[in-house]
Design a binder for this molecule. Structure first.
Ligand code: ZN
Ligand code: ZN
Length: 168
């Protein structure tokens, strides 16, 4: 995995979008279970088509940069959408409801947290073929994983509306 600047990172993501190359990214905290450089925040970029992987490190939580990437990945304004209707009769995911409640409790108690959208072919996926939302906070240290057979866009919007609540 190669280190690049955020400017190059973002331009690669934009290029992937226009070239129809499948890609996704991750925001990793200094204590993230997936972190390749503990002690730093990181953004990780995965090109799913060619298998290329890149990262860029930050001293502060790069929520502004992460939200820009989320808008590139999911579509600008994705937080204002209601994609629940795209899935036929989605059953509530009890693990997701638990991690959403934990996120709200962390916000109330000012405990840092973050979440991951783990796609079926993600390098961090330990459940091949499944989609996962993984939640971590700095107090419990125990990740909560919600597993799905489809891309959980509705639940991603719900958790990321909280994640980016202070970012314009
Ligand atoms: Zn993490
Ligand atoms: Zn990934």
């Amino acid at each position: 995995m190669q280190e690049i600047s955020f400017e190059v990172f973002r331009s690669k993501a934009e290029t992937y979008g226009t070239a129809d190359i499948a890609w996704h990214f991750h925001l990793l905290s200094p204590t993230c279970v997936f972190n390749i450089h503990p002690g730093h925040f990181a953004l990780v970029l995965e090109n799913e088509t060619d298998g290329e992987q890149y990262y860029t490190l930050f001293d502060k939580n790069p929520l502004v940069e992460s939200k820009k990437l989320a808008e590139l990945s999911y579509g600008k304004g994705f937080l204002g959408t209601n994609p629940q209707t795209e899935v036929d009769n989605p059953a509530p995911n009890s693990k997701f409801e638990a991690l959403l409640a934990r996120a709200k409790a962390c916000i109330a108690a000012d405990i840092p947290w973050h979440n991951h959208d783990i796609s079926p072919n993600c390098i961090f996926n330990s459940l091949p073929g499944k989609h996962c939302i993984v939640f971590e906070d700095d107090e419990s240290k125990t990740p909560i994983t919600a597993v799905y057979s489809h891309k959980p866009m509705a639940d991603l919007v719900r958790i990321e509306t909280l994640l980016y609540r202070d970012i314009d």
